[in-house]
Ligand binder design. Structure first.
Ligand code: NAP
Length: 286
């Protein structure tokens, strides 16, 4: 069980971030004033990673927030590949578009958003190495890659002298596959940050439920939350943080009270007994 809640490294990139970031995939359609307040609440806590992607349509909204107050925010965005849009040149063009929408010269982290089944990851590695060497991205990562794909791209990147900094995958108390499919193990072995998306299971892990599949787990989370004068969501996020020091959850939020509550998870820790009880309840759902 891990208890360091100060900052966490983005792999071996030399960049350190708050252990919780924020997801922005709903910022485009959300109330703009609420989003600005959400952003302010986020950066008031420190070097928080703001996660966007060219396909979310939220890069301009993030860019407006950065222009108003860059603060200590770190920006992560993603290249969306599809057949015919995979070459290093297309990846660099993709990043140029993101930089223009964000209104910055450099992003802190640039990901390839998905692997393509029939494509050699070497092509992505070339593109990612070039964006770091061009100075347009400080670090690079992959999203939705298997452990094997991760290992192969990390190897190609290493030959170009660039570390794979982050692997972003679906991970929460309701979706623990990174623990069994090799992704968490690969992150540990290669020293790569595991950036957890959907860490609150799209909000399911923030409130009590009568659903057969989640009732026992959520009842336990609620009891632990009460004991710490905390929220259910904070318990769910704290469990991920305690699970492994490589994990950096990025809960999505469009309301300032939600981001304040989520970041409040950094102010307290689960006991070992609580961690173990959640581990068992989450692993043995009906
Ligand atoms: N790489 C990928 O392929 C991929 C795929 C999906 C998502 N992502 C990233 O992961 C991020 C997270 O995903 P997500 O936002 O869909 O799911 P999530 O983080 O599991 O849940 C977000 C939902 O929970 C609500 N919420 C957040 N904090 C809360 C709180 N303290 N109390 C009550 N409700 C709360 C939010 O409501 P409000 O909006 O009302 O605040 C929102 O409806 C995305 O924004 C995106 O950046 C990446």
């Amino acid at each position: 069980m891990q208890t360091d809640h100060d900052t966490r490294p983005l792999g071996r990139s030399g960049i350190r971030v708050l252990p919780l970031g924020i997801g922005t995939n709903k910022w485009r359609r959300a109330d703009r004033a609420a989003v600005r307040q959400t952003y302010q609440a986020t950066i008031s806590s420190g070097p928080c990673m703001i996660d966007t992607a060219e396909i979310y349509g939220s890069e301009r909204v993030v860019g407006d927030c950065l222009r108003a107050d860059p603060g200590p925010a770190l920006t992560a965005t993603k290249f969306f590949p599809f057949p015919g849009r995979t070459s290093p040149r297309r990846l660099m063009h993709g990043l140029d578009g993101s930089l223009a929408r964000l209104g910055v010269k450099t992003v802190d982290l640039y990901y390839v958003h998905f692997p393509l089944p029939l494509m050699d990851v070497r092509v992505f590695a070339q593109g990612l190495a070039e964006v770091v060497k061009s100075g347009k991205a400080r670090a690079v990562g992959v999203a939705n890659f298997s452990a094997d794909q991760m290992r192969r791209i990390a190897d190609h990147l290493a030959r170009a002298g660039v570390p794979l900094a982050a692997s972003q995958v679906h991970y929460s108390l309701l979706q623990r596959s990174p623990e069994s499919n090799g992704v968490l193990a690969a992150c540990r072995e290669l020293e790569v940050a595991l950036v957890a998306y959907f860490p609150l299971a799209s909000g399911q892990l923030t409130r009590a439920s009568d659903h057969k599949r989640t009732k026992a787990l959520l009842t336990l989370l609620a009891e632990i939350a009460t004991a710490h004068d905390a929220s259910i969501g904070q318990v769910a996020l704290n469990w991920l943080l305690a699970r492994d020091p490589h994990v950096i959850p990025i809960p999505g939020a469009t309301k300032p009270q939600h981001v304040r509550s989520n970041l409040g998870a950094l102010n307290w820790r689960l006991t070992e007994a609580e961690f173990d009880a959640i581990d068992r309840a989450s692993a043995h759902r009906p």
